[in-house]
Design a protein around this ligand. Structure first.
Ligand SMILES: [Zn+2]
Length: 410
């Protein structure tokens, strides 16, 4: 039991959804000179509100500390770039965007998505709090404002900045002040404009045991029913939704000003609300039983890794995503099980994973060392990685990944 106010509705939140112990911030990779220094650990415990059913983390750090040195550059993932390109094409067509439209992206990262509008001569604006990533966007010619988004930022922008399309991918879940953020979106949206947001779907997290997607930077976990309530409280209406395979199962929601009569609710939106209601997403019991499944999963993961080590097999990791850090720290896995992990991102190579202190090397290390088992950390990119590393089969190497049980892949 705990006592904290709901991030959205303010009710006292007492239900524990999943308790993952204590963990450092998932993106706080350690440079070699920091590896023996003190490292802050925070409780990693997701709670659920009994009033609005928002699954949420308590906040222990300021957003500045979490996001200002963000090491994630979206353009390093080829499948994510492809996802973004097809989104841009779909939206240009659907909303008939052109030279006098305005597209605004919140958390625009290195301009990975806005570049596809920009190259079609559609005016864009990015809003990105991490100065190091925003700089890369500016170098590509994408106008970018280095700020956190909320009512204040939205109000300070001129009328000319109002958006026909206002979008944000994997940002809504990361916003500490959810109400201020959604209220700001309403201010920045033109009458008749459309908001789209993508975030992991709570229903997938529960049904497929994706508890490793819980980490400190990820404050809120939404069902479609709950996110509809949040938007409605700020005069915005969700009229459409798409279920996407990204990040293990995401929602792309479509919102408009509540009185906008031109945008009737789609069958997809009606159907998903009904499906979530029938699956119990407006009942507290659905959420409170989840912790047992997380504990059982930890025993399965450790049992699997112990089995590999008892056979004398060498195990290395691939990837250094936030979800890998949640899993390793919750399960207490260090170099006693995993010799090192590899990542394509040169900013991470040479550093150590937070908490577990597993070293991060270049993927070339796998070719040289010929490990018996490669543990794929970003299970959502499993197929892509198996293809990239298919050469490990030359020496009888095997892949392991959560599917959702941790197992060797065929
Ligand atoms: Zn609530």
């Amino acid at each position: 039991m705990s006592e904290t106010a709901c991030r959205f509705c303010g009710a006292s939140v007492e239900g524990v959804f999943a308790d993952l112990g204590t963990s450092p911030l998932a993106n706080s990779f350690l440079a070699p000179e920091r590896v023996n220094a003190m490292e802050p650990f925070y409780p990693l415990r997701a709670l659920v509100c009994g009033e609005c059913f928002l699954v949420q983390l308590e906040q222990f750090e300021t957003p500045e500390a979490i996001f200002s040195e963000y090491a994630y550059f979206s353009s390093y993932s080829s499948s994510w770039l492809e996802h973004s390109r097809s989104y841009a094409e779909e939206m240009i067509e659907r909303l008939q965007l052109g030279g006098d439209s305005h597209v605004v992206e919140i958390a625009s990262n290195d301009g990975y998505l806005l570049q596809f509008f920009h190259e079609r001569q559609i005016p864009v604006l990015g809003i990105e709090p991490a100065a190091n990533v925003a700089k890369v966007a500016l170098q590509k010619g994408i106008p970018t404002l280095v700020e956190f988004f909320g009512v204040q930022t939205a109000s300070s922008l001129a009328e000319a900045s109002a958006a026909d399309l206002l979008l944000g991918n994997n940002v809504l879940a990361h916003v500490p002040d959810l109400n201020d953020f959604v209220a700001g979106m309403r201010i920045l949206l033109k009458p008749g404009g459309v908001i789209t947001m993508e975030f992991p779907h709570l229903m997938r997290l529960i049904e497929e045991n994706q508890w490793d997607t819980i980490y400190h930077e990820h404050f809120s976990y939404f069902s479609f029913l709950t996110v509809s309530r949040v938007f409605a409280a700020h005069g915005l209406r969700l009229f459409d939704v798409q279920e996407l395979p990204t990040h293990g199962g995401s929602l792309r929601i479509f919102a408009c000003h509540a009185p906008d009569a031109e945008k009737p609710e789609t069958d997809a939106a009606r159907e998903l609300r009904k499906r979530e209601r029938e699956a119990g997403y407006e009942s507290l019991e659905t959420y409170l039983g989840y912790g047992r499944r997380v504990e059982a999963d930890k025993r399965q993961i450790l049992g699997f890794l112990i089995g590999l080590k008892q056979q004398g097999l060498s195990v290395v990791g691939y990837g250094a995503p936030a979800k890998g850090n949640t899993l390793l720290n919750y399960c207490g896995v260090r170099q006693d099980f995993v010799d090192y992990t590899c990542d394509l991102n040169p900013h991470k190579q040479g550093c150590f994973l937070p908490g577990s202190h597993i070293p991060i090397r270049s993927p070339e290390a796998i070719r040289e060392d010929r490990p018996d088992v490669v543990l794929i950390m970003p299970w959502n990119l499993k197929d892509e990685i198996v293809e990239q590393l298919s050469f490990i089969r030359q020496w009888g190497g095997r892949f392991a990944a959560r599917t959702p049980e941790l197992a060797l892949l065929p």
